[in-house]
Design a protein around this ligand. Sequence first.
Ligand code: FES
Length: 122
Amino acid sequence: MRNNTEIVMELAEQRKNNTIAFKVICFDEEKMIQTYRGEYRNLMTLLNEKFYLENFGECRGMGRCCTCVVEVEAMENCLAGKQRNEASTLNKMGIDQPNMRLACQIMIDEELDNAEITIGVF
Ligand code: FES
């Protein structure tokens, strides 16, 4: 039977093996981010915590305010996955580039691995 320490170490090892890493360019700052599935509710939440952004994500992830718009590179499946309010919100703001996404609509999962996210393009 495993003790608590062994269980905690096993969980830490599982997290390490499920690391999701990607680059974020935020105005003049460039950072490599490492996270794992489930650590943050979505990309908007992660970016707010890592970069302390003002006025980013004002509708708290409802996909309506468009303040969390980011440019996404190297994330093939993600670029096809606009759902819920995202497409109409981007359309209303006149954003028609396929690689512009609402960070609140991007989940933290393996599709983010090796992606490049740029904040402040729009
Ligand atoms: S937080 Fe409002 S659209 Fe993403």
